[in-house]
Design a protein around this ligand. Structure first.
Ligand code: ATP
Length: 559
């Protein structure tokens, strides 16, 4: 057998990876087919024991792609055999396409070396345990925590909005997710949302000790409800630490597309995106996710995980609702329709630039007071522009007003309605914002233009499944990726921008009207009396608003 092991190692290319278990079993579907099964630290290698050449009869599956493994007996008491089933979702080339996507592979074996059913079952359980343990060890953890280390077995509440997207979320759950979660040994309860705000109300009241994770299968709107519901609780600090999961069931599915993108896999859509996100959910790697608090002029503060939009993007998002039957393509259709009636949105936009590193940030905070009475332009960092040389002029026209009070900290404590309001409202306090009706702090940049085509603040990479708006974004980079397009852009140039955005190439188009900068907070004061502002794709009160990023406030099961 030793000779066979080393031969296998050579043949499989596992090289130095240690053979930890070896056995010879029959395959479950055909008892006449025997195979040798080798478990190394990294792979499961299955080789049919026939006289045919080795390559054709050998399967090598990486344990990185394994979501679970189980040992079981069949109902037949006369059968002493135990069974072993392992579930993999490796990346495979798509039929007739150059892309790859995760596709399900099940390997199951019959173990009947002994007459004693218990002994066979013990052997099968030993294998199942070893496969599960090694596939957990193969996770590329970076800074993440594994769900399996927090809770075992893991209990998830899966919230499905049956109306989301094309109205197929429940079917998609039945066809893919239920099975995947069972394969991963995740105990889950399906909750079907009945109406708008149902999830939000549930989150306010839920006994969260019952759940190790809350999974949303819908568009982004349902997650928005869940996050805001959690942050409305008096125990919000604990509640918002509940691990969240996202499965695409809507037509936009921006967060689902973002976590797929962060996993490094090539772009996919529809059911392939669902399988990818289901895989990431089963693997259970937990990461922190930034949230952004948003103050509106009269509505209570709310929290956002994805985007804030005004102008063209917000209009397209809302106007394209009527095309949701075409799925993700609704944004393309909506963009074309809106382009025909392209308009200018008037308003004032200002932001607090993100410090390039931690020391810069300390300096920014420490120097707020010292700089307050200076001319503001002297301390304003330049935004990252598509054409930096051309746009550097905008900082000369900076027109912030300054407070005479020389301690910003004291001023905030005394006068910030948002802060005093947030004392009574749950959720973390905002440390960068002054009240909306007060002038901006001096270290903010005011955009000199007042005519815009759009303003888009992103905190994750994707605006929709096929719109990679902020390619540099990561889950918890503590940054708002702010884009705006100045008025004067032609329809053709704007269309080119959105077409390029499908691949995240819009920043490379050298569009002189597009500005991109990373910020920690922003304020928007639309001048036009009517319009649309969206937060995570949901319409919010139209009027002045401001926003601040809260680093890693929530936790998301992502890759
Ligand atoms: N059973 C239901 N009937 C009607 N609306 C519901 C139901 N359950 C949830 N909702 C509401 O539907 C709204 C839209 O949900 P969501 O954004 O998740 O899906 P979607 O709009 O189809 O997705 P996308 O934004 O990607 O197009 C949410 O505000 C949610 O409150």
């Amino acid at each position: 057998m030793d000779q066979r092991r080393s031969e296998l190692d050579r043949n499989t290319g596992t090289g130095t990876s240690l053979v930890t278990l070896y056995g010879e079993f029959t395959v479950t579907s055909n008892r006449k087919v025997r195979c040798s099964v080798t478990l190394t630290e990294r792979d499961l290698v299955i080789q049919r024991l026939t006289s045919a050449p080795v390559g054709r009869n050998k399967v090598l599956l990486s344990l990185k792609d394994c979501v679970g493994c189980r040992a079981y007996r069949q109902d037949d008491n006369a059968d002493p055999a135990a069974y072993l089933a392992a579930y993999f979702y490796p990346l495979k080339r798509r039929w007739m396409s150059s892309g790859v996507s995760r596709q399900r592979v099940e390997q199951s074996f019959r173990l009947a070396a002994l007459q004693d059913p218990r002994a066979n079952m013990e052997e099968a359980e030993k294998w199942a345990h070893a496969i599960r343990e090694r596939s957990t060890r193969q996770q590329n953890r970076r800074d993440g925590v594994l769900m399996s280390e927090l809770a075992r077995p893991c209990r998830m509440m899966v919230l499905v909005n049956p109306q989301s997207g094309k109205g197929q979320a429940l079917t998609l759950y039945n066809n893919h997710i239920q099975r995947m979660l069972n394969e991963a040994g995740v105990i889950h309860t399906l909750v079907i949302t009945e109406r708008q705000n149902h999830a939000r109300e549930m989150m306010r009241e839920a006994d969260l000790s019952q759940w190790d994770a809350l999974v949303i299968m819908s568009g982004d709107g349902l997650l928005y409800e869940v996050i805001n519901g959690l942050l409305e609780r008096s125990d919000w600090e604990e509640a918002i630490r509940t691990p969240l999961g996202i499965l695409p069931g809507g037509s936009g599915n921006a967060l689902a597309a973002s976590i797929h993108y962060y996993s490094g896999a090539s772009p996919v859509s529809s059911e392939e995106l669902l399988v990818s996100c289901g895989f990431l959910l089963c693997k259970g790697l937990l990461s922190r996710m930034d949230l952004v608090s948003i103050h509106l002029s009269s509505s209570p503060r709310l929290f956002s995980f994805l985007s804030l939009a005004w102008g063209f993007v917000a209009d397209v998002d809302i106007e394209s609702e009527k095309y949701r039957h075409v799925g993700a393509a609704r944004f393309t259709v909506g963009t074309l329709v809106r382009l025909a009636s392209l308009r200018v949105y008037k308003g004032r936009l200002a932001y607090l630039p993100a410090a390039k590193n931690h020391n810069d940030e300390e300096d920014l905070r420490n120097n707020l007071t010292a700089h307050c009475n200076n001319h503001a332009s002297s301390m304003t960092p330049a935004p990252l522009l598509c054409r930096p040389s051309r746009d550097s002029s905008c900082h000369n026209t900076f027109h912030n007003s300054c407070h005479s009070n020389n301690s910003l900290k004291v001023r905030r404590m005394e006068t910030t309605p948002s802060r005093s309001a947030s004392k009574s409202l749950p959720g973390p306090p905002d440390s960068l914002l002054l009240p909306l009706d007060q002038p901006l702090p001096t270290n903010w940049v005011v955009v000199p233009e007042e005519d815009f085509v759009l303003m888009l603040a992103m905190y994750q990479s994707h605006l929709a499944e096929d719109l990679l708006a902020a390619p540099e974004a990561t889950l918890d980079d503590d940054v708002i990726h702010l884009f705006y397009v100045r008025a004067g852009i032609s329809r053709a140039a704007l269309l080119r921008l959105f077409l390029a955005m499908e691949k995240g190439a819009h920043l490379a188009t050298n569009c002189q009207h597009l500005v991109y900068t990373k910020v920690r907070a922003l304020r928007l004061e639309p001048y036009s009396p009517k319009g649309i502002i969206t937060v995570d794709g949901e319409v919010v009160e139209y009027g002045p608003l401001q926003a601040e990023v809260h680093s890693g406030l929530s936790r998301l099961i992502a890759g």
